[in-house]
Design a protein around this ligand. Structure first.
Ligand SMILES: [Zn+2]
Length: 99
């Protein structure tokens, strides 16, 4: 938690490197057991990385950006799971603005 407070100014998308407010980005988390999880709430514990869209997730997959950010290997299933999460969250507009 030590670094959570310092970076309120924004998080960086691992694909296009755009800096955006946290609530405009999708969080992907590596849980302590090594599992990759899509985190629409931004509240899961673990090492997090951010992408701004499904397109950026694809780009991150091609460039291994998430691997670098999360310091672990991601399988095709991991990417598919995150992509599905983004797709359904976008549809349902699960993202709530937390200001
Ligand atoms: Zn992006």
């Amino acid at each position: 938690m030590a670094d959570e407070g310092r970076m309120l100014q924004g998080r960086m998308c691992v694909a296009c490197r755009a800096k955006r407010p946290k609530q405009d980005l999708w969080r992907v988390v590596r849980r302590s057991d090594g599992a990759i999880a899509f985190d629409p709430t931004g509240r899961l514990a673990g090492r997090g990385a951010y992408v701004c869209s499904a397109a950026c997730l694809e780009q991150a997959q091609g460039r291994r950006g998430l691997e670098r950010a999360l310091r672990c290997r991601l399988t095709e299933e991991d990417y598919a799971q995150v992509a599905a999460g983004i797709a359904s969250a976008t549809k349902q507009d699960m993202r709530e603005t937390e200001v």
